[in-house]
Design a protein around this ligand. Structure first.
Ligand SMILES: C[S@@+](CC[C@H](N)C(=O)[O-])C[C@H]1O[C@@H](n2cnc3c(N)ncnc32)[C@H](O)[C@@H]1O
Length: 207
């Protein structure tokens, strides 16, 4: 099974309960979105958008003239995102496709990109290449995700691995999960969250 197939299988089982399980992460999601410093009229990419939980705060930030571009590979997660867009009447403001990060083709270059808990995407060189080349030079990126605690905390990292495993095909790759993106950004900054088991980061796509 490829990592994509494994991830799709995992989310087939998790999709129904995803929004309830992600409720407590909303403050962190809003904090990560704030790092994008979105302006009215911006085009923002929501990478691996899941059920579309970021659409409302992203649309609020880009306003009526702005646009959200979003894609998701899991059919069950995508279906919830699609239903959310239809329910809220966002069809004109959200471009949404069932697609993989490795080969999605965006309809326009984005001013900013949100990578919210998309570990499998940030750890896949082909996906990172495909997405970054479709952002405007200087586009703002914000990332949130899990990472390992410092090595000297030892067994605590078993907890990080166990928490990551149900959601990701590469649960052990948590030492520097930002390291495919950071070297391709200017002004990359990173902060620890969740007592060291998470991180948020921002940077600008190098021209
Ligand atoms: C933890 S969820 C986060 C969803 C959303 N970003 C959020 O903040 O709620 C990870 C999502 O990434 C999607 N995903 C994983 N690998 C992907 C890939 N290669 N292409 C597109 N989506 C992918 C999964 O299907 C899942 O919906």
């Amino acid at each position: 099974m490829t990592p994509n197939q494994l991830s799709i299988e995992r989310y087939r089982r998790r999709a129904a309960g995803y929004d309830a399980s992600a409720e407590f992460t909303m403050p962190l999601r809003r904090r990560t979105i704030a790092l994008l410093a979105l302006q009215p009229g911006d085009v923002v990419l929501d990478v691996g958008a899941g059920t579309g939980l970021s659409f409302a705060p992203l649309l609020a930030a880009v306003g009526e003239r702005g646009r959200v571009l979003a894609f998701e590979q899991s059919p069950e997660m995508f279906e919830q995102a699609r239903a959310r867009v239809a329910r809220e009447g966002w069809q004109e403001r959200v471009w949404l496709r069932e697609a993989r990060a490795e080969d999605v083709q965006l309809p326009q270059a984005a001013d900013a990109a949100l990578f919210n808990y998309v570990h499998d995407i940030t750890r896949t060189p082909q996906a990172v290449d495909n997405l970054l080349r479709q952002l405007k030079p200087g586009a703002r990126l914000a990332i949130a995700g899990m990472k390992f605690f410092p090595w000297w905390t030892g067994p605590l990292n078993l907890l990080a691995w166990l928490k990551n495993r149900p959601y990701n095909a590469r649960p052990a790759d948590l030492w520097m999960p930002w390291d495919l993106i950071a070297p391709r950004c200017d002004g990359f900054e990173r902060w620890s969250t969740q007592w060291g088991m998470g991180y948020i980061a921002r940077g600008r796509r190098r021209a």
